[in-house]
Ligand binder design. Structure first.
Ligand SMILES: Cc1cc2nc3c(=O)[nH]c(=O)nc-3n(C[C@H](O)[C@H](O)[C@H](O)COP(=O)(O)OP(=O)(O)OC[C@H]3O[C@@H](n4cnc5c(N)ncnc54)[C@H](O)[C@@H]3O)c2cc1C
Length: 446
């Protein structure tokens, strides 16, 4: 990866200053054997970055690259994502969310009771001071990542999948729009380019939407891709074309082995100087089996594709939209219109419950000619979320040589390239381009 706000990068993604530590003993990665666990967007970006620094990198996954959480997301890469779900407005929304009947949030009470520490800490992090820290950290990570994504898309010859017309937050009622005041203030404070649209202007931009929206916010510092899974596969192909090894295997254990590390899979045992755990929502299970406690929640989400309008004067949609009042996101994808749902907070392996998707679908039919369902079954993914909504990036405490890169909640597709950049700097014991402390594993992991 090159280090530049590459050609075509939006002005809002300006370089960010670091205040990180500078260690004097550098650890050059050239020639080191490094095993990266997990070939989602995070693992693949980490593998590419370590390879670019001369590491001898093996990427291990039990499935094809980009076929899990990184496959089914909404494909949005936006500076507006600096506002996590646990922000100060959560408190006023809580009574409604706790009814367990909204499109935005479903939860399993047994899951909450089994993970009380996670739930309490998640709520506590919605307080203003904690939220400010998170928004600042995420803003830096998003700004670092987007230009790197552009470089990678160019190198992988995938720029044709990129849309740079931003995305719309849609409000059916003025009262819903008023509740976005905090987000709008934060955008202003952080210099995120956004414009408020009235109903007629929205119709001009997206004539395929039915005239049910009173207002919209157009976030302009935003890109999107029309097939996130295909992008991850192309990045993985790039890694392989540059000499990287991709191994298909089920990872069972990671353990210290003298000065090096041992990765045990169902088919072989790999030895490495350094290991990176980038197993997304499954990172918790592997690390807990090695004696670490990882307070991670699973914000599950569903998607379904639709054919859109069969005929008529208007294209369905030209950019992703978030119907805030309806509680779903709709993105124009290569496969059709992709409807993605809000959060289902439950165990990673709980049986699917399509009630939330059905509710989102009904709301989306009110907003657009959705057409027919295109997939035989809804897709289900698991957003891996730490209590403060910041990913874990860095070396595992007291386990020299074991590095962690997971917990990217709703924004892992956007922030993987920046994660890779920070992690590689930390592995080389170098100064990082943005502050790494907000992402330190020590926040939660002992
Ligand atoms: C509905 C929905 C919408 C979203 N929308 C957006 C969006 O618009 N923009 C955005 O930036 N983000 C979005 N996200 C979040 C984003 O998709 C995730 O943060 C990101 O994909 C996480 O990537 P990852 O590489 O950490 O995990 P994953 O993509 O899940 O990768 C983990 C990999 O580990 C492998 N693995 C697990 N266990 C093992 C094992 N034992 N052995 C071998 N391999 C194993 C899996 O096969 C998988 O390939 C969305 C998520 C959802 C669910």
């Amino acid at each position: 990866m090159t280090n530049a706000a590459g050609p075509g990068a939006k002005a809002g993604y300006r370089p960010v200053k670091t205040d990180s530590l500078w260690e004097t003993t550098l650890d050059n990665l050239a020639g080191q054997k490094i095993v990266v666990l997990g070939a989602g967007i995070v693992g693949v970006c980490v593998a590419l970055e370590l390879q670019a620094r001369g590491g001898q990198v093996t990427l291990v996954d039990r499935a094809e690259p980009g076929s899990e959480t990184s496959f089914g997301n909404a494909g949005v890469i936006s500076r507006s994502s600096l506002v996590p779900l646990n922000n100060p407005t959560l408190w006023s929304k809580l009574p409604r969310l706790l009814t367990n009947r909204t499109c935005a949030l479903r939860y399993s009470l047994p899951f909450i009771l089994r993970n009380p520490g996670w739930a309490i800490s998640f709520l506590a992090n919605a307080r203003r001071e904690a939220f400010n820290k998170t928004a600042t950290a995420l803003d830096a990570l998003i700004r670092l990542s987007a230009p790197l994504h552009l470089d990678l898309l160019a190198a992988a010859k995938e720029t044709g999948r990129l849309n740079d017309t931003g995305w719309f937050f849609l409000y059916r009622r003025d009262a819903d729009f008023q509740k976005s005041a905090l987000a709008l203030n934060i955008y202003q404070q952080f210099g995120v380019q956004a414009e408020i649209l009235d109903a007629p202007t929205l119709q001009q931009h997206e004539p395929g939407l039915k005239p049910i929206f009173a207002r919209a916010v157009w976030v302009k510092d935003c890109y999107s891709v029309n097939a996130p899974g295909a992008v991850v596969r192309a990045y993985a192909d790039l890694f392989a074309a540059r000499g990287g090894e991709i191994r298909k295997a089920d990872i069972r254990e990671v353990a210290k082995d003298g000065d090096s590390w041992r990765v045990v899979t169902d088919s072989s045992t790999l030895s490495a100087d350094k290991v990176v755990v980038a197993l997304g929502p499954w990172s918790r299970k592997l690390l807990e089996s090695s004696g670490m406690r990882v307070p991670m929640g699973y914000e599950r989400g569903y998607h379904m594709h639709y054919s859109g309008a069969a005929s008529g004067p208007h294209p369905s949609l030209t950019r992703p939209v978030f119907d805030v009042s309806g509680g779903y996101v709709l993105s124009p994808m290569a496969e059709g219109l992709r409807l993605t749902t809000g959060v289902e907070l439950t165990e990673i392996d709980a049986a699917p419950n399509h009630a939330q998707l059905n509710m989102a679908e009904a709301a989306a039919y009110q907003a657009i000619e959705l057409g027919e369902r295109l997939d035989p079954q809804p897709w289900l993914g698991h957003r891996p979320t730490m209590p403060d909504s910041r990913p874990v990036i860095g070396e595992a405490p007291n386990r020299r040589g074991l590095f962690l890169a997971f917990g990217h909640q709703h924004i892992g597709f956007s922030t993987a390239p920046g994660t890779a950049r920070i992690l590689a700097d930390l592995m080389e014991r170098k100064a990082t381009e943005i502050p790494a402390a907000p992402f330190a594993p020590e926040r939660f992991i002992r």
